[in-house]
Design a protein around this ligand. Structure first.
Ligand code: TXA
Ligand code: MG
Length: 332
């Protein structure tokens, strides 16, 4: 059960960074800005802190957490980087890429890894995350700072909407630059497997590797969803859900709907939309990713009965956007 806590909000200045590191070392829970989304951080080596983090999010403990470290040297103390992982780390860290590699047993708590023999590692690029990681001096577990099943937070206000009273501190550094979570690549096998499209486009990974990453093996019919099979984690269908039903690839706006559009597109029926937000009037997918979760949260509160979303291009960050939207639209 989550314990009731007074949640403080501080600016992400030197005092805020010092306090965040102090709270983390003492076993507390701190929401931190990263360049992708806000993360809910705790000491990854402290099983009690990790247990309280799962409770605060309402997250099942079979869904493992990413270990955040400041640099490649620290990453090598947490996991055994395979050859492909070394290539990608050199090219893309710090940045929106998470690498799954064989774990070094006692470097992080088993609970943070959900008992797996692998560990997901990320070196975030945000200067505030970097400063807190350096000051804390230990691997930091940080899932997105939302209640389990909700859309990820890209602003301090989103964090508070979900977790006020359940965490110790939120550092406010304004909106997240990337806006979708990191790309996750499983590098434990011979060929890297793209587990989650995210802030680093697939095309960039293919170019760096010189070949395309593999896709996760599809589930057999009747096989349980990934949420109960810790191997393809985080991939549970409705993982990024707003409260309202989401209708994808909308070609018209129906009565009672709000509209999430792109590049100025106004489908038939737009005049009856209860609210309209454009992910990027200029048609820029990078801007669209940065706006996605904030716009979903705002349309959720628009008074509409459903959110109609027009089709977006799938290249570059469009793949991660399409992935999050299809999860938002999945039956729950
Ligand atoms: O951008 C991000 O990655 C953000 C920021 C805060 O860093 N974090 C984030 O964490 O999105 P979370 O917990 O919301 O998503 C992490 C995903 C989960 O789906 C989890 O199942 C997967 O990473 N994961 C963690 N460890 C894994 C492992 N050993 N093997 C496969 N997947 C793993
Ligand atoms: Mg998450």
């Amino acid at each position: 059960q989550a314990t009731e806590r007074a949640t403080r909000r501080m600016a992400a200045d030197a005092a805020g960074i010092d306090e965040a590191a102090r709270v983390l070392v003492a076993g507390g829970l701190v929401a931190l800005p990263t360049e992708t989304v806000y993360g809910l951080a705790c000491d990854a080596t402290n099983p009690r802190a990790v247990a309280s983090l799962y409770a605060a999010k309402g997250r099942p403990t079979f869904n493992p957490l990413i270990a955040h470290v400041p640099d490649l040297a620290a990453a090598r103390r947490v996991g055994r980087l395979t050859a492909a992982a070394e290539v990608l780390a050199a090219r893309f860290w710090p940045g929106p890429l998470t690498l799954v590699v064989p774990a070094i047993e006692h470097a992080t708590s088993e609970l943070a890894r959900a008992g797996l023999s692998s560990v997901a590692i990320r070196v975030p690029a945000h200067p505030v995350a970097q400063a807190v990681l350096a000051a804390a001096g230990r691997p930091i577990a940080a899932p997105s700072a939302n209640r389990s099943g909700h859309v990820s937070p890209t602003r301090a206000e989103h964090v508070l909407a979900d977790l006020d009273g359940r965490i110790d501190l939120v550092l406010d550094a304004g909106p997240s630059r990337v806006g979708v979570e990191s790309t996750i690549l499983d590098c434990t096998g011979d060929r890297p497997v793209l587990l989650r499209p995210g802030g680093l486009p697939r095309e960039a990974i293919t170019a760096a590797l010189g070949f395309a990453p593999a896709s996760p093996a599809p589930r057999a019919p009747g096989e349980p969803a990934a949420e109960v099979a810790p191997l393809a984690p985080g991939m549970l269908a409705s993982h990024y859900a707003p409260a309202l039903p989401v209708r994808l690839d909308a070609r018209e706006v129906r009565p009672g709907e709000a509209l999430l559009t792109f590049a100025g597109t106004r489908p038939p029926g737009t005049e009856r939309a209860l609210a309209i937000l454009d992910l990027s009037p200029a048609g820029d997918l990078v801007e669209a990713a940065a706006n996605l979760f904030d716009h979903l949260r705002r349309l959720d509160r628009s008074g509409a009965q459903a959110i109609a979303v027009i089709a977006l291009p799938h290249e570059g960050l469009g793949e991660a956007i399409a992935d999050r939207l299809s999860r938002a639209a999945a039956p729950r």
